[in-house]
Design a protein around this ligand. Sequence first.
Ligand code: NDP
Length: 444
Amino acid sequence: MAHYDYDLIVIGGGSGGVRAARIAGGYGKKVALCEADKLGGTCVIRGCVPKKLMVYAASYEKMFKAAEAFGWDISAKFDFKTLQDNKDREIKRLNKIYHGLIENAGVDLYPNHASFVDQHTVKVGDKTITGEHIIIATGGTPQMPDMPGIEYVINSNQALDLETLPKSMVIYGGGYIAVEFAGIFNTLGVDVKLVYRGPQLLRGFDDDVAQFAQQSFIDSGIEVITETNFVAIEKTTQGYQCITENGEAINTDCVFFATGRSPNTQGLNLGKIGIETHHNGRIKVNDRQSTSVPHIYAVGDVSNVDQLTPVAIKEGNLLVDRLFKGSDRLMEYDNIPSTVFSMPEIGRCGLTEAEACEQYKQVKCYTSKFRAMKYAMSEVQEKTFMKIIVCEDSDQVLGMHVVGTDAGEMIQGFAVAIKQGLTRTQLQKTIGIHPTSAEELVTL
Ligand code: NDP
């Protein structure tokens, strides 16, 4: 029997890696965790958590507006520095909790970059350690198209850490990050232009949802410019100019690209030990998270199309349960719910109408559009949109989509039922809670 320093080495201390390491440690296994940066990864340090805190900050604006109609006389002043200081303090607190979790599970932390020496050996800083099993959980990083002036552009990491709010901002991209930050900065008083290369934001979302959301963003004051490609960014005496392929220039104080994320595999020496990747750099894994080297696994954004924290956590947890607890449970990728924390929010679970029509013969959609009671008396004009997509033969709800306040909270609850095969009849048998927005979903 070969002897290794560790039962498990985990490379990457984000959501997936930390979960895998601490659960394996809790099972009494000898575990090493390699992380050169702060523990917590994209989600805690430079993604979901700080972003959501900024979304909360921005969401007060609408509440203050609506409050007047309910008799409140509020004179509100916003201080960006207070938000940023408190946000940074909260991230430090969470980072400390992550350290505690790792320590309590008896995991050895190696605070350096790791790279493979051979299929069981990892070099981390000036140390070399061996492991029976190795998990790669190195996540992803913002990717930028190559163009002149790209050095003037900020990405989502830097957008979270701005010291002052610019007067104006151009955000390039039409996916999750672009629309979320457009909502945050627009609401906090920045003049936001959201520029996208395609005809409609949020490609891959249900068409009605994307259309409704785009119109809501426009109504909220964001200038949405579609079918526009940038070819260069130039610095001017006033700020920056984004040059389009038609030779037009858009002036702004700050240029932010949210043009997707690429997997963090550089410097790992994957090629040397025979680990295969897809054309976009993501690590190829099978349904047991094994790479092309069976005892080396990958979880989370480094291998996933669904770049979502709970997916990485679940993959890491299930993998460790299979390795050390005799479990045979596999990750299920159907009906993963998600929410775009734009303003308004977009919650989704299951198929879009287009996807449903590709897979099923008879598909029927039910929609509703209304102004939430919360805003009915106020000057807030925001509307809510709901859509369910049903297979007519089986009556099964194939997809559920909500655009509006608390969409994520609603979809999380309904996702439990959708995952169990919810039918429209079951939805209709359910009594609504009145008066709520969510009750509309059981009457569609
Ligand atoms: P997305 O893939 O969601 O969006 C990337 C956008 O950039 C698309 O609109 C894409 O256009 C555009 N784009 C890509 N390459 C170029 C290019 N070369 N030139 C111009 N435009 C380009 O990525 P994000 O960066 O927004 O987010 C990454 C992932 O992180 C998401 O897909 C999601 O899985 C996850 N995430 C989840 C969140 C949540 O759950 N709330 C929040 C934030 C991120 P096109 O559509 O034409 O390809």
